[in-house]
Design a protein around this ligand. Structure first.
Ligand code: ARG
Length: 580
């Protein structure tokens, strides 16, 4: 595994006495290759040593010894710039990539430690909001990335399948509902009933009371109410699962909120034992004011439990069931307070793992397309987004490549990829303005751009194979062969090749940083850069018309790029078609 960052950090740690970790996270990638491949800013050391940064950079530069991969270090102003020996790098990296092939990027950093990712979690009967789309996409990327890094990952869909909305639905369904309509299109239909209920309740407030009664019945285990609820739940779940399948997303558990119903009492008892639940007008409250947080309701006076009570119960259940090292909640930033309260209560309960729970928040998406922005601009139906993505991609593909076979299938991958990547490329905490034109731009910072670069390489490789390269299979994929049979990578010495190789050497680092910083955008941005470097190379250097061994070396180079683009996209939940 190539990790210059590690190597350089170790060198610097020995010279400066700084922590390797600290150095690693402060290393930067210089803006131009003439400045080397890594830069160490000396400002922090300057403050500590009370010496000007350029003096420190100069002193360090004189002490750095070249190594197997490190050619030299040069000081430039306040920076210490590192130069890598590119030929050595190529000799080691390229065979490694084509040998590992679909496993390239997989590591055993996690050593089987368990990580739980709580993501997607739509609410049955309420619309699948934009927040759920973002959670689905970000959570799935983190799920895949952690898995690739050797963790045992459990994906949990904490379905919103319990709560007062079911009282409303039961009332609405009994009054105005039709089973056949429900079965035809459950997600839309339940939402329609839900909206209708609110309209009617404005005219006739007694409906609200009726809904509360129905929810109480449900909580008490009333058979008819439960029967209806079960139907709503399973029909909606089927529909969601169809969409998840379409997106290539899987969950290991669908234990939603309702699953915890018969464990709630135990949680309440525990809270009371620890003196964390105080009675207030018949309700139970956790007083969090001493910790600078608003207090929260744990149980209403009518006995109904709340979202947070179910989350407390779920966290405890999860630890008992999986013994996680980390639990990530991929949920919108608007629930930050909820998670602060949740984690605080877990901590006050004295649970040693409370500190291993993390909220992974994200901002909102605004759809620029009027068709997608319903009431308040927050409500979308996932299905509409996916259908529209496929249609738009189909149009573009039909125009760009009329003779392409399997256009439908390619359009699915490209449209879906555009939506997923269009989300992931953004820093997750920021609000995103979702613009169809932008996410489908074949030359922008998009999935289609990367997919197109990948397909382009596949096409070159298919043609390259005709001139019978030992390491290429008939379908253009690379064949694992002994390193001595591989073309001489030392021939890859042009500026474009060097730049490309150096970017390639950062693949693994991008995957690791995405996981550690819980930011799939790191990997997404990296892939754009890799595709750009490839295109720049290909624009300036011929592959198929290059001479002899140089041609072979270049074919080897691009088959490695192909593997990285494909594997990288896959980690983000995006497929890479071989033709498009
Ligand atoms: N269903 C919730 C909502 O839509 C999200 C659940 C997130 N997970 C959790 N354990 N609270 O707001």
């Amino acid at each position: 595994m190539l990790q210059f960052r590690k190597e350089i950090s170790a060198l610097l740690a020995a010279l400066t006495g700084m922590e390797t970790q600290e150095i690693e996270s402060s290393l930067e990638v210089p803006p131009a290759p003439e400045m080397g491949q890594y830069a160490f800013p000396c400002f922090l050391l300057s403050r500590r040593l009370k010496k000007p940064p350029p003096a420190i950079a100069e002193e360090l530069a004189s002490k750095i010894e070249p190594g197997e991969y490190l050619e030299r270090a040069e000081n430039k102003g306040p920076y210490l710039n590192f130069f890598v020996r590119v030929p050595q790098l190529a000799r080691r990296l390229l065979p490694e990539v084509i040998t590992a092939d679909e496993n390239y990027g997989r590591l055993n950093r996690g050593e089987g430690k368990t990580v739980l990712v709580d993501f997607s979690a739509p609410n049955i009967a309420k619309p699948f909001g934009v927040g759920h789309l973002r959670s689905t996409v970000i959570g799935n990327a983190l799920y895949r990335i952690y898995k690739a890094l050797g963790y045992r990952v459990v994906g949990i869909n904490h379905l919103g399948d319990w709560g007062t909305q079911f009282g409303k639905l039961i009332v609405a369904f009994r009054r105005w509902g039709e089973q056949a309509e429900l079965e035809k299109d459950p997600v839309h239909y339940l939402y329609h009933l839900y909206v209708h209920f609110h309209q009617e309740a404005e005219k006739d407030p007694s409906l609200e009371e009726e809904a509360r009664t129905q929810f109480r019945n449900l909580e008490k285990g009333d058979r008819d109410a439960l029967e209806l609820w079960k139907g709503f739940r399973s029909l909606s779940l089927e529909e969601f699962q169809r969409l998840y399948r379409f997106m290539g997303i899987e969950f290991d558990s669908y234990h939603g909120e309702s699953f915890y119903n018969d464990r709630i009492e135990e949680t309440i008892k525990l809270l009371q034992e620890k003196g964390l639940a105080t009675e207030s007008q018949g309700a139970l409250v956790a007083d969090l004011e001493p910790y600078g947080l608003p207090s929260c309701l744990l149980r209403k006076s009518d006995g109904a439990a709340l979202y947070i009570t179910r989350d407390l119960t779920a966290a405890i259940y999860r630890f008992e069931t999986y013994g996680f090292a980390k639990l990530f909640y991929v949920v919108g930033a608007e629930q930050t307070l909820h998670f602060k309260q949740l984690f605080k209560i877990l901590e006050l309960l004295g649970l040693p793992w409370a500190g291993d729970c993390f909220h992974v928040p994200f901002g909102l998406i605004y759809f620029k397309d009027g068709r997608m922005s319903t009431r308040e601009g927050k409500v979308i139906f996932l299905e509409e987004v996916l259908t529209r993505a496929r249609e738009l991609a189909f149009e573009i593909i039909k125009e760009k490549n009329p003779s392409l076979a399997h256009k439908e299938e390619v359009a699915r991958k490209v449209g879906l990829g555009a939506v997923i990547f269009g989300d992931l490329i953004n820093d997750r905490i920021k609000d995103v303005e979702f613009d169809w034109e932008k996410v489908l731009d074949f030359s922008g910072e998009t999935a289609p751009y990367i997919q197109y670069s990948h397909a382009r390489i596949c096409s070159i490789l298919r043609r390259g194979e005709e001139s019978s390269q030992a390491f290429l299979r008939p379908d253009g994929t690379a064949n694992a062969v002994a390193p001595e049979e591989l073309p001489d990578t030392g021939l890859l010495s042009s500026l474009e090749e060097q730049e490309l190789l150096i970017t390639m050497a950062r693949f693994q680092e991008a995957v690791i940083r995405s996981a550690e910083e819980l930011r799939p955008s790191v990997l997404a941005r990296y892939l754009v850069e890799l595709a750009r470097d490839f295109n720049k190379f290909y624009h300036n250097r011929p592959v198929l018309t290059a001479e002899g061994e140089l041609k072979e070396a270049r074919l080897l180079l691009i088959s490695s790029v192909r593997i990285m683009l494909r594997n990288g996209l896959e980690l983000l939940g995006v497929e890479a078609p071989e033709e498009m």
